[in-house]
Design a protein around this ligand. Structure first.
Ligand code: SF4
Ligand code: SF4
Length: 370
């Protein structure tokens, strides 16, 4: 059986000309579909609208290079979109520089929360950005980052952004464990697969990602027509073993062709040259493998000992974004102290959406027994 190609290129800084050249080569090498006369949707990761220096979002220069590449390859309509959880229809990603790139290049900004279609994913009807259905080609532009719930976020997780705004929180409530959420994300990727992926791993994020971690220089761009293939390589660069990333494990078990690391064919420098020994992975205290995780997800008494959100009153500004996004209604404001958030621990499903949206890094994910 033919191996799945993943292209890796060393790239130490955000330079549009160099990136366009890399994209052209990598796209051809990995068999990207023709873009001639096509309408193309580019989806960067805009979890929250944050400055590029925080490495929360796909870098605007990376997006600009992708726009220039697809235009040169013949695309006639170029859309750029995402839908961070906490915004209305007028949302424009200005802090991240993504809105300015759309203005400069003439790409159409599409806020995914405005127009939606629905798709059947598993047994559920799920709203999906209408822009996805309008595009002939969907190109995902994820950022390499750690992720509190899923250990790592890359190409497969970036597709979750097709689900508009707070509808994402509903899916978290429906699929509340690592395993069920991994299954849902895999089904979503089967229903709405990216046609191609360029991953921004030039500067990634480590520590408490995906929004409150620390930027880390990795110096790589990854590409493939398979999001799973990109994520397998990216997770290894982060220092994870394949079995430590539930979504990758689920993908290998259910993909029609890609069943193990040996089914990949990498092109470019060895991925090991990008591994940073100081990369801070998400660690699940006391959890050595997916089997143990499986048990924890099913035994509530043990689950109480698992990592949970801890609210830091000294950092909180009382914006209540955490309360608004919580899919389990597990949070409420303290009746007297504006900067204190109370959690009903039994209700918390450990989705860590609150941690993702907190603008002050006031929510830590820790194990707390008492
Ligand atoms: S914990 Fe964070 S998100 Fe919640 S109210 Fe405080 S600052 Fe806002
Ligand atoms: S409190 Fe935070 S981690 Fe718990 S369910 Fe709500 S959003 Fe998810």
């Amino acid at each position: 059986m033919a191996k799945t190609p993943v292209a890796i290129r060393a790239c130490s800084s955000y330079d549009t000309d160099i990136l366009v050249q890399h994209f052209r080569e990598m796209y051809m090498l990995c068999g990207g579909p023709s873009l001639e006369g096509k309408s193309v949707l580019l989806k960067p990761n805009i979890l929250i609208d944050a400055l590029p220096s925080r490495a929360v979002t796909t870098h605007p220069v990376f997006l600009e290079a992708a726009i220039r590449f697809v235009r040169k390859a013949g695309a006639t309509r170029i859309m750029v979109g995402d839908s961070p959880a906490m915004h209305g229809n007028a949302f424009r990603p200005e802090a991240s520089g993504i809105w300015q790139v759309c203005e400069k290049t003439g790409a159409e900004w599409q806020y995914f929360g405005r127009d939606t279609d629905s798709r059947k994913i598993g047994r559920h009807s799920v709203p999906i950005a209408a822009a996805y259905g309008q595009a002939d080609v969907f190109i995902s532009l994820p950022k390499l980052k750690t992720h509190g719930l899923m250990m790592f976020t890359g190409a497969l997780k970036n597709t979750f952004g097709l689900i508009p705004a707070l509808h994402k929180a509903r899916q978290h409530a429906l699929f509340s464990t690592q395993q069920t959420f991994a299954e849902f994300l895999w089904q979503l990727n089967e229903t709405c697969p990216p046609d191609f992926v360029f991953m921004d791993a030039i500067t990634g994020m480590h520590g408490p990602g995906p929004s409150n971690g620390t930027p880390i220089q990795i110096g790589a761009v990854l590409a493939s027509a398979s999001p799973l293939a990109v994520d397998l390589v990216a997770a290894r660069i982060c220092g994870y073993r394949t079995e430590e990333v539930p979504l990758n494990v689920w993908g290998l078990a259910h993909h029609s062709q890609l069943h193990s690391w040996d089914d990949l064919q990498t092109d470019g420098p060895d991925w090991k040259t990008f591994v940073r020994p100081d990369f801070k992975r998400i660690r699940q205290v006391g959890i050595r493998n997916i089997m143990v995780r499986f048990i924890i997800d099913r035994l509530p008494a043990i689950r109480r000992l698992d990592r949970r959100p801890i609210f830091r009153e000294d950092r909180c500004i009382g914006c209540r974004k955490c309360i608004a996004i919580c899919p389990a209604q597990a949070l409420r404001p303290h009746p007297e102290r504006k900067h204190r958030i109370l959690i009903r621990d039994r209700q918390c499903i450990r989705c860590f959406c609150c941690h993702e949206v907190c603008p002050q890094n006031a929510i830590e994910i820790k194990r707390k027994i008492f």
